[in-house]
Design a protein around this ligand. Structure first.
Ligand code: HEC
Ligand code: HEC
Length: 217
């Protein structure tokens, strides 16, 4: 096993431990989440599968991952991010939504429980795995065919292409870099961030096309 693969294995084990802890903490209510989701359909779609290329599908995504994202958007919007914090997410549109939640913990848990219980994006015709996905061991964390089994690692299969492209550029921090007046990058993550930095525009386009074309089930 190469040093790179050993490291990946260690990271994967650490994330599984974190995931088990996070999974135990989530206590969302699907029915309450369904009622609260009326606030989300305008952007994320009435069938839980967004129609706008820059807005992600939430249906079938891991609940623990969704909770973490909602809270990350909220913390940025409320100015609670400290310099050098390992995981940050900023988007003015979604941040505004997350900041407006009245009971943030319960709302995030319920909404995540609802969306994760929904059937994921429809089946698609898969393309072959590009070399850039194999070289960067995407499947080591995101699972075979982008269907991650780890609650803290998002499923990528069938996600919207432009959204995936935007996120990879946000992790990389070039091309869709921080807007004027924002003190940090759009998306920072200790595990995924370093992966984004290694990718060029062509890699990102190929990866987004591949994962968005995969069937989620
Ligand atoms: C006005 C439009 C709008 C509304 C309403 C909205 N969102 Fe979003 N949401 C977005 C956009 C845009 C993004 C992508 C942000 C980015 O590029 O980082 C997003 C991203 C997300 C993500 C990240 C998903 C991922 O794969 O990482 C979650 C979770 C989310 N929204 C949940 C919700 C929930 C729950 C609601 C309802 C309470 C909601 N959103 C309402 C626009 C919206
Ligand atoms: C070592 C583990 C690891 C590897 C390898 C990895 N990722 Fe990730 N990835 C993550 C984690 C963890 C997250 C969640 C980050 C967060 O919570 O913000 C993530 C998030 C993402 C997202 C955001 C999805 C969304 O819904 O917003 C995309 C896109 C992504 N990864 C693509 C890739 C691609 C493409 C590769 C291969 C080039 C890759 N990842 C390799 C761990 C990994």
């Amino acid at each position: 096993m190469s040093a790179g693969k050993t490291l990946l294995h260690v990271i994967a084990l650490a994330m599984t431990a974190l995931a088990i802890m996070a999974g135990g903490a989530s206590a969302g209510d699907v029915e309450k989440g369904k009622a609260k989701a009326v606030l989300c359909v305008a952007c994320h779609g009435a069938t839980d599968i967004g129609a706008h290329p820059e807005i992600p599908n939430l249906a079938g995504q891991h609940a623990a991952y969704l909770v973490a994202q909602i809270k990350a958007f909220r913390r940025t919007e409320l100015g609670q991010v400290k310099p050098g914090e390992p995981a940050v997410r900023y988007d003015p549109v979604m941040g505004h939504q997350a900041a407006g939640m009245t009971d943030a913990d319960a709302d995030a848990d319920d909404l995540a429980a609802y969306y994760s219980s929904r059937p994921c994006a429809p089946e698609k015709i898969a393309k072959g795995e590009p070399a850039v996905a194999m070289d960067n061991q995407c499947a080591g964390c995101h699972g075979a065919f982008g269907r991650s089994a780890n609650p803290l690692v998002p499923r990528l299969a069938g996600q919207r292409e432009t959204y995936l492209e935007n996120q990879l550029k946000a992790f990389r921090g070039i091309g869709r870099d921080k807007p004027a007046g924002v003190a940090h990058r759009l998306r920072v993550h200790p595990v995924m961030g370093p992966r984004g930095i290694m990718l060029n525009d062509q890699d990102i386009a190929e990866l987004a096309s591949y994962f968005s074309g995969l069937s989620c089930r």
